[in-house]
Write a protein that binds this ligand. Structure first.
Ligand code: ADP
Ligand code: MG
Length: 438
């Protein structure tokens, strides 16, 4: 948490969430559980003279998207295969090579688990509902509604969708029980509020979603309540790129995964930790003063540059710089790095990390066409596909029990020349997996 504290000193958004959460924690939070719906993203790494491997791009802990649409895309490709067999263009097009992708029911299981846990512990709170916190004018609604329909159909759980602006007027906390209540017009049971078991954030991860102090107040009100948050502010902050970088530092994975004294059991043995570490690319903070791998080597120079920035300048063609932001379009790549470093105020360095670029395999082609583009013809280009693996976890109670499950996958494909990866931001398209025997 010292990591987040450091970033928070120079990044106003992270700083506000961090200090707000710390204050609530010191006052005493009534809900110990955290729910995470996660997505871990990977690219194939194929540098010269090394075996091909999967490397982690990032780990998302808030508002992970495309769970629903990835299931639909896998279904579309399976349907097209059933219908046309893709005109017999490859012997790999067999139905057993299209893996199932039940992401919707899998993610919903996590939400339903939190809801049920809340209701068992919560004694008399019948007919509680799940709150989806969404953005005004939500564009991603088709990736959210299927979760809502599945919650109702298979778990008999109702969903209420509200924005921060709406919640500023409708959300209240019972002063005694800290139950979260949302004011509604009289419902079927003549109540004028609904009790919330679980708050699922599909909003709240970008600074521009908090245009006034009241937006932060609303977020903190939800956090203070008895409802289970998906994610809690702490879990949102744990998904930051700075935390990802710290996890690559020597000894840190061991501290969290092999510490029998702390957790009462060894979660991973050393071999598993080493395997996990092999999925990481090299990363470092721009503020590091010296190479942590060669302690004692003082290589600060006269221009008041840190070791971290000097190394980033030197290796710029094979690097990406990332701030503590989600949602795409924030990273600085390759040749843009040196001028960016020239302009970066020294005190802001600790909010940024440098990451080695993953080297995608050569020679994977496909046809791309841009919707609404002037040129309506498909162009043949080299492409890169990013794999996302979804999972959920419910954890945080005093017994240390973690309920968790891996639930489905996402493939996004983009032209190789595009650095960014977002679908909603227009860089990539939804895709799916075809298994092949090698
Ligand atoms: P965001 O939170 O904006 O999604 P990411 O870390 O996922 O941030 O970066 C956005 C995109 O940039 C990724 O989808 C990927 O295509 C590309 N990218 C990020 N890190 C790397 C890397 N180390 N090597 C190659 N491409 C990367
Ligand atoms: Mg990403």
């Amino acid at each position: 948490m010292g990591t987040v504290h450091g970033v928070g000193k120079v990044d106003d958004f992270i700083g506000r969430l961090w200090t707000g959460w710390k204050q609530l924690r010191d006052e005493g939070l009534v809900q110990p559980l955290h729910l995470g719906l996660f997505r871990s993203d990977y690219l194939l790494h194929a540098p010269e003279r090394e075996p091909i491997s999967l490397k982690q791009v990032e780990f998302n802990t808030i508002s992970v998207s495309f769970g629903c649409l990835s299931e639909r895309t896998a279904g579309l490709h399976r349907y097209l295969n059933d219908f046309t067999n893709y005109y017999n263009t490859s012997s790999h097009f067999k139905s057993e090579n299209f893996p199932v992708n039940n992401t919707i029911s899998g993610l919903v299981e996590g939400l339903a688990e939190a809801h049920q846990t809340y209701n068992v512990v919560g004694l008399l709170y019948h007919r509680s509902q799940i709150l989806f916190v969404v953005q005004p004018g939500e564009r991603n609604v088709f990736d959210q509604r299927p979760l809502e329909y599945e919650l109702l159909k298979n778990h008999s759980i109702l969903v209420i969708r509200q924005t921060f602006d709406e919640l500023a007027h409708t959300a209240f906390i019972d002063p005694i029980t800290r139950v979260l209540r949302i004011t509604v017009p009289h419902d079927l049971h003549s109540r004028d509020y609904v009790e919330i078991s679980t708050v699922y954030f599909r909003a709240g991860y970008m600074p521009n979603e908090y245009p006034t102090p009241s937006h932060y107040s609303t977020r903190f009100l939800l956090e203070r309540s008895r409802a289970i948050k998906c994610p809690s502010i702490a879990l949102q902050l744990a998904g930051g790129k700075k935390v990802q970088e710290v996890l690559t530092q020597p000894g840190i994975l061991e501290r969290f995964l092999c510490n029998e004294q702390k957790w009462g059991k060894v979660v991973f043995d050393q071999q598993q930790v080493d395997e996990l570490r092999q999925s990481f690319m090299g990363m470092w903070g721009l503020d590091v003063e010296e190479d942590s791998l060669t302690p004692g080597a003082d290589i600060r120079d006269l221009k008041n540059e840190t070791f971290g920035t000097r190394k980033a300048r030197k290796l710029a063609p094979s690097l990406v710089l990332k701030p503590q932001r989600e949602g795409g379009g924030n990273n600085i790549y390759k040749a843009s790095i040196p001028p960016f470093l020239d302009a970066l105020p020294p005190k802001e360095r600790q909010a940024w990390i440098a990451m080695e670029l993953i080297v995608s395999p050569e020679g994977t082609g496909n046809y791309l066409i841009r919707a609404g583009g002037e040129d309506k013809t498909a162009i043949k280009v080299e492409v890169v596909s990013e794999l996302g693996i979804y999972g959920w976890a419910l954890f945080g109670n005093s017994t240390g029990e973690v309920k968790e499950k891996q639930v489905g996958w996402l493939v996004r494909t983009k032209g190789k020349d595009s650095d960014e990866g977002g679908v909603a931001t227009g860089f990539s398209v939804l895709d799916s997996l075809l298994l092949v025997d090698e």
